[in-house]
Design a protein around this ligand. Structure first.
Ligand code: AMP
Ligand code: ZN
Ligand code: FE
Ligand code: FE
Length: 286
C-alpha cells in the first residue's frame, strides 16, 4: 500500500527533485525539511544519487508537520553517448532488490574513486583516499567529494577548478562510471515498487529515444526543471501526453551556494504527486 492520502483542493506545491548531504547536496535532510516547511511546500521528493539514506531522516523530521516526504532516488547511466538519469518515486527503501543494486553501485563508485586517485597521483597530485571517504561521510561517494578534498589539500584553487582541470567529464583524471543498461535502472525501481521517470532530458533527447525507454518500462518524464527553457518544457509536456507518460518536476536542488537550482522554485501541483501514488498503487495491485 502506498501511504499517500489525497488533498483534492490543495493549492500547495511539490518540489520532487532534491539532493541532500546523503549524496552531493550541502544540506542535511533535516535542514531541507525545515526550509521546505518555511516555503510552505506540500510535498518533497528526496532524490539522492544512488542512495536512500536521506529518506528516513527527512521523513522523521517531517513527521506531524504537514509536509509529505516522497521516498525517491536518482540513478544514472550512459547509453549511445547520452547521459541518462532516472528518478524513482514511492520506492520501498527496504526493498532487497534495491538494496542489492545500491551495494553493487556503491562498490563500483569506491573503485572508481580509487582509479581517479591513482590517475591524479600519476599527474603528480597526491590526494589521500581516506580524506575523500571522510568528505562523503555515510553518503554516496563521488567526484564532488574528490573536488572538496582537492581544495582542502591546496592542489586546486577552487571546487570548480578541480572539475575544469582534472576530474570533469573528459578532463585528464576523469574515470567513467560503470555502465548499466537503462532498462536495468527502470527495472530496479519497479522491483522496489516505484515509478521510473526520465530526469531532466534537456535538449539531448529525441522522440525515438524516449519511445525506446518507454518500451523498457519508463513511466514518465521530468518536464519542469531549471535546465529546461519554457520551450523545452512545452515540448516535453506535449510528448508526455502523446506517449501517455506521467509528468513531474523539481528544482534538482544541491546547495544554497548554487544559484541555478533554488529550492522550491521549480515545482508541480499536488495532483502530480497523487498521480504518481496512484500509478504505483495500481502496479502493486496488478
Ligand atoms: P559523479 O556522480 O561522481 O560522477 O559526480 C557527479 C556530480 O559531480 C554532479 O552531480 C555534480 O554535482 C558534479 N559535477 C559533475 N561535473 C561537474 C562540473 N563540470 N562542474 C561542477 N560540478 C560537476
Ligand atoms: Zn547531484
Ligand atoms: Fe541528474
Ligand atoms: Fe539530480
Amino acid at each position: 500500500m502506498i501511504n499517500f492520502k489525497p488533498v483534492a483542493d490543495s493549492n500547495e506545491r511539490a518540489d520532487l527533485h532534491i539532493h541532500t548531504s546523503a549524496s552531493d547536496g550541502d544540506l542535511s535532510p533535516e535542514k531541507i525539511v525545515e526550509k521546505c516547511l518555511r516555503l510552505k511546500l506540500g510535498a518533497i521528493g528526496i532524490t539522492d544519487h544512488d542512495t536512500v539514506s536521506g529518506v528516513k531522516a527527512a521523513k522523521k523530521a517531517a513527521r506531524n508537520s504537514g509536509i509529505r516526504v516522497i521516498p525517491g532516488i536518482e540513478l544514472g547511466t550512459h547509453s549511445d553517448g547520452i547521459e541518462i538519469h532516472i528518478l524513482g518515486y514511492f520506492i520501498d527503501v527496504e526493498s532487497p532488490a534495491l538494496r542489492q543494486y545500491l551495494v553493487q553501485i556503491n562498490e563500483q563508485r569506491l573503485r572508481r574513486t580509487e582509479l581517479i586517485v591513482e590517475s591524479l597521483a600519476r599527474n603528480g597530485i597526491e590526494i589521500n583516499l581516506d580524506k575523500i571517504i571522510d568528505k562523503a561521510g555515510n553518503g554516496t561517494i563521488g567526484r564532488p567529494h574528490i573536488a572538496k578534498a582537492m581544495v582542502d589539500a591546496g592542489v586546486v584553487k577552487s571546487y570548480q577548478a578541480a572539475f575544469n582541470k582534472w576530474i570533469g567529464d573528459g578532463a585528464p583524471a576523469c574515470e567513467k562510471k560503470s555502465i548499466q543498461a537503462p532498462g536495468e535502472l527502470i527495472d530496479v525501481i519497479h522491483q522496489s515498487g516505484g515509478v521510473a521517470i526520465l530526469a531532466h532530458p534537456g535538449a539531448e533527447w529525441t522522440r525515438d529515444g524516449i519511445r525506446k525507454l518507454k518500451r523498457h518500462g519508463l513511466d514518465g518524464i521530468e518536464v519542469v526543471h531549471p535546465r529546461h527553457t519554457k520551450k523545452t518544457e512545452a515540448m516535453y509536456r506535449k510528448l508526455a501526453f502523446e506517449c501517455n507518460l506521467l509528468v513531474t518536476g523539481g528544482s534538482d536542488f544541491h546547495s544554497p551556494l548554487r544559484k541555478i537550482d533554488p529550492l522550491g522554485k521549480y515545482t508541480v501541483d499536488m495532483t502530480v504527486v497523487q498521480r504518481l501514488a496512484n500509478y504505483c498503487e495500481r502496479r502493486i495491485n496488478a
